[in-house]
Design a protein around this ligand. Structure first.
Ligand code: ADP
Ligand code: MG
Ligand code: MG
Length: 891
């Protein structure tokens, strides 16, 4: 037997149930389930998503047999309701509601009171004895139907209602009389005739099929298509249509309509929470026409509301509703978002679904439900979405505070920050030394701004995208950042910026919301994240399930400390070049670069050695005995030299070398394509003394801590940008020699590992050879993505957005690992590498290490660990647990 097109529900029976969301949509499946639970639900039927698919495959024609099935289902509804669709005396009215698998804004709005015409309206007036109710329902129907099905702008109708209220000197819709609505109905219908050239459809059957067709058509409207694109919902899913008997919340003061959550969706607190309106229908509650009332006394106190609650005005209905919500929560074992209507003192359920919630609420609800025995640990862990977790780890804006949003940029790094505006890194440092909180505003940032970024509360740039320097660095620091805010007109010289009519001077207060990209005028209080309590407990359950280890990318003891607090199990990437920029050492670094020969370089390097050693000691101490992977110098040397003549002049005076000499060196170091230039291990091969100094610093730090403080450190020394095994073989020899020399000098026994970063396709393709010389691999997926695509991340901002828009690429490959391309290389290299060395340690250390979907991939290909910025560590831990749990499920 072929599957039916139509599924009936009503009177405690249903053809469908809650796990049939694919076929019935979320709304339809849950309407069926609520019927099966014996809850009061108006009867109706669901036209399946397969009809939608057939409709589009067949030139917008309905499949054969649909009409007959609808007729039969409708007859069942009529029997239960004791009314007939289109009947003048006992008319049945219907609601027509769309319902996709996932709730989807952009889909057709619900049409209520369908079946009304000049005849049937008299029928419902006679039955209810309430003329106002009759015409109120009728005018609502005409408004909704015209807007949704006939494409007549809703503004005219609303304007007419407003005029009428003004004329009558009343404020609320409910204060208009039956006569008012009756006259408006006539005005509305005339308007429809004028706009469409056809009279408003009087035949209820035409109305019904018109509405059903509009639902299916809305699946392909612009808003819906856009929403599907952003959220990755396939077009083939289709939408269902729910046709349901009407119940009326607008039949008088013993009627109401409302929405509620079984727990507080913003805090997770266990309290029934919701709003309702007396004598109202449908979307009145959310439309903001009248101020909705709190559902119970607790909510009333919570919101400081003066309005009477449902618990007070309709105590019996409230008790029924409490019974229902408790039953639903027990049944679904999750927080529910419900919609209900009260008709003449009887509660009717119109919808239930899993409630959306903030990250904070998600953690609290998971913890509470576990304690209540509603769910097990595994379910609790799966209840919190890894990408959402990020919200919890950063300060947030106080939701109670007023906000004047003046511009919007990209939400580059989440969290909130408030401070005084400065326009340079120097000023940022200067102000912060005086104890001021600052927001650093730049056109865009560069490595020279790092110190300013470090001390700033938040960073705002006019240019740059989600992977611009500012964005990447800020995320690494866990600092709130808004980029690409094109509305800013910044004048560094005058130390001010303007946004529209607002002019902001240095020192003025500004607030950023890095989670939304909003720029807010003035000072807004922020709330610090809470990492203990439920969150701490939750993260400990997470760790029970994951297989992947999670390390962090950290260049400073401070970052290492933050990451440990977030549960990092080591450092996967410690970049040494950032250390070169700090304070006075940049002078010694420049002296080294400008030296004529090895001897001159060694002299300068000797100055850097104790400083690097100090850095490593600091990091080793923070990480206790956890593994630390240190990457030797990677960027091209010209990055450390001054660039403008002015800067060159300053440096020349400072280190006592002629201007010309520096300028010449700079020209000599110039590269056409620095990304593929003289960097990574190529530096180590040209100037082994640089790497020797760094290795010595690492080993001396480890030995001294072992000797003096009893540490057991296993340093992991990582050689960057290897493409050929011989590069690594050479560097390994130099490195190992230095290691052995230091061990001998210090008289200490200590294990060290020498490995490489796999960030060039050639290294991945010859990983079996490379593994001969490597104790570990760490996939540098940022560069591996650049080199595999042949795509410069710094320049991608110019064309990548268009790629995403035109769906040339499904995703930004610098955010989510390109599994098919780059991922295949990674997988292949892991297999090859382990063929040579079965116990080869393998991890990744690109930005992808903190991206939940990329983490899942790393789990699947059996990496040992992922490494990500400190603030992403909990996200990666949770993503790793989800990956392990989901894998079990599908096995
Ligand atoms: P949405 O998907 O936008 O929530 P719904 O289909 O749930 O749209 O309808 C919106 C509102 O319309 C419901 O919350 C309810 O108040 C009202 N509604 C829908 N169906 C009925 C019905 N059969 N009787 C009374 N009101 C209804
Ligand atoms: Mg709804
Ligand atoms: Mg690299």
């Amino acid at each position: 037997m072929p599957r039916p097109w139509v599924y009936f529900f009503g009177n405690g029976k249903a053809d469908g149930k809650s796990d049939m969301k694919n076929l019935l949509g979320g709304k339809g499946a849950n309407l069926a389930e609520m019927n099966l639970l014996g809850l009061p639900v108006p009867p109706g039927f669901t036209i399946t998503t397969e009809v939608c698919t057939a409709f589009y495959q067949n030139d917008k024609k309905y499949p054969e047999g649909l009409e007959e099935e609808v007729k039969q289902a409708l007859a069942q509804v009529e029997a239960i309701m004791g009314a007939k669709f289109g009947d003048a005396k006992q008319p049945l009215l219907l609601s027509v509601r769309s319902g996709a698998r996932a709730s989807m804004p952009g889909m057709m709005d619900t049409i209520l009171n369908l079946g009304l015409n000049d005849e049937t309206v008299k029928g419902i007036i006679a039955r209810s004895g309430d003329e106002r109710f009759g015409y109120d329902s009728y005018r609502r129907f005409i408004q909704m139907y015209s807007d949704v099905v006939l494409d007549v702008d809703r503004e005219f109708f609303e304007h007419q209602i407003e005029e009428r209220k003004e004329h009558k000197k009343v404020r609320l819709d409910t204060e208009l009389s039956a006569q008012d609505w009756k006259e408006l109905v006539a005005v509305f219908k005339r308007h429809v005739l004028q706009m469409t050239g056809k009279p408003f459809p009087e035949d209820p059957k035409d109305q019904l099929w018109g509405a059903v067709g509009a639902v299916f058509s809305s699946w392909m409207n612009k808003r819906a298509i856009e929403y599907r694109r952003i959220n990755g919902i396939p077009e083939e899913w289709g939408t269902a249509v729910n046709v349901q008997a009407m119940v009326f919340g607008n039949m008088g003061n013993d009627c109401a309509t409302g929405v509620a959550f079984t727990r507080d969706p913003s805090t997770g607190e266990k309290r029934f929470f919701g709003e309702f309106l007396v004598n109202a229908q449908g979307e009145d509650v959310v439309a903001g026409i009248r101020t909705p009332q709190p559902i119970n006394v607790v909510g009333k106190k919570h919101d400081n509301s003066a309005l009477p609650s449902l618990e007070e005005v309709m105590p019996a209905c409230y008790r029924d509703l409490v019974d229902i919500y408790q039953k639903l929560e027990k049944h679904y074992r999750d927080m529910q978002d419900i919609e209900f209507t009260i008709e003449k003192g009887k509660v009717w359920m119109l919808q239930t679904r899993t409630g959306k919630r903030t990250a904070q609420a998600a953690v609290k609800i998971a913890a509470d439900m576990l304690a209540e025995g509603l769910i097990d640990r595994k379910t609790a862990v799966l209840r919190v979405n890894p990408s959402q977790l990020d919200q919890l780890l950063h300060p947030a804006l106080d939701p109670k505070a007023k906000q004047l949003v003046i511009a919007k940029g990209l939400p580059a790094s989440p969290g909130a920050a408030t401070g005084k505006v400065v326009f340079s890194a120097e000023e940022a440092q200067h102000q912060s030394e005086k104890g001021e909180k600052v927001i650093l505003v730049r056109l865009e940032t560069s490595p020279e701004d790092i110190h300013g970024m470090h001390v700033a509360e938040g960073i705002l740039t006019a240019r740059g995208g989600m992977t611009s320097h500012a964005a990447v660095v800020a995320r690494g620091m866990g600092k709130c950042c808004v980029t690409g805010c094109g509305d800013l007109a910044i004048s560094y010289k005058e130390r001010r910026m303007s946004v529209g009519e607002h002019v902001i001077q240095q020192g003025d207060w500004l607030t950023l919301n890095g989670s939304t990209g909003e720029v807010i005028l003035g000072k807004v209080p922020t709330i610090e994240p809470e990492l203990s309590g439920d969150f701490g407990a939750f993260m400990s359950w997470v760790d029970e399930f994951r297989k992947l280890k999670v390390r962090t990318n950290a260049d400073t003891p401070h970052d290492a400390k933050v990451a440990r607090r977030f549960g990092a199990e080591g450092i996967g990437l410690c970049r040494t070049e950032h250390m070169f920029f700090e304070g006075e050492r940049i002078d010694a670094v420049r002296e080294m670069i400008l030296a004529d020969d090895r001897k001159g370089r060694e002299k300068a390097l000797a100055k850097i050695l104790p400083m690097q050693k100090g850095d490593f000691k600091g990091i080793f101490r923070e990480m206790k005995d956890l593994p630390v992977t240190i990457r030797l110098l990677d960027p091209p040397l010209h990055e450390f030299l001054p660039h403008t003549d002015e800067e060159i002049q300053q440096v020349s005076e400072k280190i006592g070398l002629p201007f010309e000499r520096i300028k010449k060196k700079l020209e000599a170091l110039h590269e056409f394509n620095p990304m593929l230039g003289h960097r990574g291990c190529r530096l180590g091969i040209s100037y082994p003394e640089i790497y020797e100094m760094q290795v010595r610093a690492i080993m001396e730090a480890a030995c001294e801590l072992a000797k003096d403080e009893g540490f057991k450190i296993i340093p992991e020394i990582m050689i960057p940008l290897v493409g050929h095994v011989n590069e690594l073989a050479y560097m390994r020899r130099v490195t190992a020699e230095t290691c052995e020399r230091v061990l001998k000098e210090k008289g200490v026994q200590l294990t060290y590992l020498i490995g490489t970063m796999i960030e060039l396709p050639r290294a991945a393709l010859t990983a079996d050879q490379v593994a001969r010389e490597a104790d570990f691999f760490s996939f540098g997926t940022n560069d591996l993505t650049q080199t595999t695509f042949g795509l410069s991340r710094d320049d991608a901002g110019k064309f990548l957005p268009a790629y995403l828009e035109k769906k040339i690429l499904p995703e930004d490959p610098f955010v989510t690992l390109d599994v098919e391309g780059v991922g295949t290389l990674v997988k292949y290299a892991v297999e090859l590498g382990r063929k040579t060395k079965p116990d080869l340690k393998v991890g990744i250390c690109g930005e992808h290490g903190g991206d939940p979907r990329s983490v899942e991939f790393c789990h699947r290909i059996h990496l040992d660990y992922v490494s990500c910025s400190p603030y992403r560590v909990p996200v990666a831990r949770l993503a790793a647990a989800h990956a392990a749990l989901k894998e079990k499920e599908t096995k």
